[in-house]
Ligand binder design. Structure first.
Ligand code: DX5
Ligand code: ZN
Length: 226
């Protein structure tokens, strides 16, 4: 299992986006998390392509793009062109997931699907063998700085079990895929990072905990070592 921190740029200082991106670039965080919101799938609007491109220019790190938008399939190619290394769409936002995942693969990005807190992991069963990553939301998507929803780690454990059966491993292998990467997003800090890794997470998104800390790089180290 990997241990990756993916700081969410939603909590960065947008007046100093280059400075904050470079600060993450110099830290132990391997990924950078980009939250795209459309005001329809979630009750908030964040940013789109120009901001993603600006972040891409300021870091060589893996760009982990979380699309909280309806009809994400329409924009997959453009997000890949703008620098996304992983494109995560929401299960609740896509009607033809097979087609959408194909578009993401064709774009050259890794494939991710996220589920909201009320969505059970069982909905992923029919296409889990095709995914590089699943993102478990541990807050309602839309805003940074919310409290972690207890019980989210049970979903992580259940998902890890689903992904680890011999049948699932074989099906993934046949498609050239290794172990499923599990990421969690919302309310993560040094206080619960250790428990999240232990439950089976490979990647932790953290916005407020990183950018709200007096020393963000030290906070990232703390989360990695917890
Ligand atoms: C919420 C976003 C999160 C958010 C996390 O919809 O998907 O990535 O930025 O922020 P914190 O870590 O502050 O909960
Ligand atoms: Zn996110």
């Amino acid at each position: 299992m990997k241990r990756i921190i993916s700081p969410s740029m939603l909590s960065a200082d947008f007046g100093n986006l280059e400075r904050d991106t470079k600060m993450i670039d110099a830290s132990a965080a391997e990924w950078v998390h980009i939250d795209v919101m459309d005001g329809v799938f979630v009750p908030n609007i964040s940013f789109g392509f120009p901001v993603l491109k600006a972040i891409r220019k300021a870091t060589t790190k893996f760009l982990d793009v979380h699309l909280m938008i309806v009809e994400p399939e329409k924009y997959v190619a453009r997000f890949a062109e703008a620098g996304a290394a992983l494109i995560t769409v929401h299960h609740e936002a896509v009607s033809d997931m097979g087609g959408c995942l194909e578009l993401i693969r064709e774009s050259g990005a890794m494939t991710g699907v996220s589920i909201k807190p009320a969505t059970p992991v069982s909905v992923l069963a029919s296409y889990l063998e095709r995914l590089d990553l699943v993102l478990i939301m541990s807050v309602e998507p839309g805003f940074g700085g919310q409290s972690f929803i207890e019980g989210s780690l049970d979903k992580v454990r259940e998902l890890r079990q689903m992904a680890s059966t011999p049948e699932m491993r074989a099906a993934r292998q046949a498609r050239g895929l290794g172990e499923l990467i599990i990421e969690i997003d919302g309310g993560i800090s040094a206080a619960n990072a250790g428990a999240a890794f232990e439950a089976g997470c490979d990647a932790l998104v953290a916005g407020n905990a990183v950018f709200g800390a007096p020393d963000p790089a030290a906070e990232i180290e703390k989360m990695l070592n917890s």
